[in-house]
Design a protein around this ligand. Sequence first.
Ligand code: KIV
Ligand code: ZN
Length: 520
Amino acid sequence: MTATTADASKDRVVIFDTTLRDGEQCPGASMTFEEKLEVAELLEEMGVDIIEAGFPIASQGDFEAVQEIARRAGPDVTIAGLARAISGDIARAGEAVRVAKRPRIHTFVSTSPIHLAHQMRKSEEQVLDIIAATVKQARNLVEDVEWSAMDATRTPIDYLVRCVDAAIKAGATTINLPDTVGYAVPEEYAAMFREVIARVPDSDKAIFSTHCHDDLGLAVANSLAGVMGGARQIECTINGLGERAGNAALEEVVMAIRTRGDVLPYQTRVETTMLTRASKLVSAVSAFPVQYNKAIVGRNAFAHESGIHQDGMLKNAETYEIMTPESVGVKATSLVMGKHSGRHAFREKLKELGYELGDNALEDAFKRFKDLADRKKHVYDEDIEALVGDEVAAASERFRLLSLTVIAGTGGPSKAIISLDVDGTHITKEVAGNGPVDATFNAIKAIVPHEAKLSLYQVHAVTEGTDAQAEVSVRLEEDGKSVTGRGADPDTMVASAKAYISAVNKIAVKRQRQHAQAAV
Ligand code: KIV
Ligand code: ZN
């Protein structure tokens, strides 16, 4: 599906999403194999041109995820795998992406004096030889090779021009000039592209790309400036996820291009009405909340609170709205259903929210919806999304919550009595703890023993009101890897138990995959 109908008067800007690589590599944002596939599927459906699916040499898990995403990808999307300028990395990336209909190897090397002296310990001439050799190796494996000059914005321009020239001569088809440390300001970033493009003799043989980090809050502005300087690919991530302060946010660059066509005469292929869904999915699987006032996808991005603004909005929405909420996938009203809504209306609502469930899953979700509607006066879209997200995640799990009673208060240690279904057997434990959450998690651990450490426990209310559902995210870490579990329920303790159990299930799946690999 593509968003914008092509407009011959506007240059196309290619959107390269690196949520699954630069985004996933930031501390605490790791995703499971299944979560990566889900994100990739949504990015493809949304019309992203290139998905950087991971860093295949980093681990067997990364390799398999990139390979599976490549295998599933259709003909309109390119799947890229990242590789350092090392022969083994490039071979591994090539192996992972070659099953894609449009495979790309993305290889990079540092070019700035500070990186050459302290990280690479190589001379400029040595790095030029490395560029030629590694790009050539990649080109022998795939037609589409991207080369990145890491720390380009702190590289002297004369040397940068020589590096880009070497990469294009060796066969690179895309040249990425990253602002790796988020140091550039828009004017100089644009000027860098202009000068490199003007001075490299064969610059027309490659597409130039931006890749900006947000350390000074300038990633989106720099990316757009890069395009004005001649780049035609933007590397970005959903919600701006990424190393340190993150990368340029995909939803922001896409909406800036769409909204300000008067000064940014470009177009992308992204279906913008899917941006909110993509943001919610990435926030949920990474357990990185989206700040309320975040541009485009924040909860308040289209909320008008002050009297003057509300008055203007009622008279004409354009007084204070430069784009419509619908254009980014926010529904005009999210008050939807109640306890009298039937199966048919529920199915239609799910379709509208983008969920297609099989008959059994639909029946389960409907029961849960009725149960929720009995306990909560208004059921909003957000409630249904939380409920179905839970349902889909729980479908293939080994451990399921059957019941939970928690005793807490001022009178002493808290106590949790919990029953789980463990591979078809019902097990009940009663365990104390320092507060209700501790007691609940201890009780689960007593039934499913494990050594994983809790590194994140986060609660947020799905909607307003004291009867709102709590959505809980839990991150567990084991052997340097982390998994994130989610759970939603009007009872915060039940939501917490569900989130913890979901994370424990993911650990079990990880262990199973590791055993299967060891046995091969
Ligand atoms: O920020 C950066 O320089 C990168 C490269 C690997 C492209 O992420
Ligand atoms: Zn980066």
